[in-house]
Design a protein. Structure first.
Length: 98
């Protein structure tokens, strides 16, 4: 049972990273885009904590070895902040040009 939960959370974590990339690529207004990014980062954080809790108690064996934890959600949050800052600077430059 623990192995199935771990596998599900791992897939959810991977799909959340894909969703984060899709949110960045969309041309929503900034408010909707930020809400989407916050939701996906929350999802990543929840998955990471759940995976960490499962693996710290007794991680399931996969092919005779313990699985590695995915990257920290702090990395994803830092990327979101950098991308938003880049878009904001670009929009400010466009406003100055007009």
């Amino acid at each position: 049972m623990k192995h199935q939960i771990y596998g599900f959370l791992r897939k959810m974590y991977d799909y959340a990273f894909l969703a984060l990339n899709q949110v960045w690529a969309c041309d929503f207004n900034m408010e909707h885009q930020i809400h989407g990014q916050v939701f996906v980062i929350f999802l990543l954080f929840f998955c990471f904590l759940s995976l960490h809790e499962l693996s710290s108690t007794q991680p399931p064996m996969v092919d005779g070895e313990r699985p590695k934890l995915p990257a920290s959600p702090r990395v994803a949050a830092a990327v979101v902040v950098a991308v938003d800052a880049k878009r904001w600077r670009k929009s400010e430059r466009e406003k100055k040009d007009n």
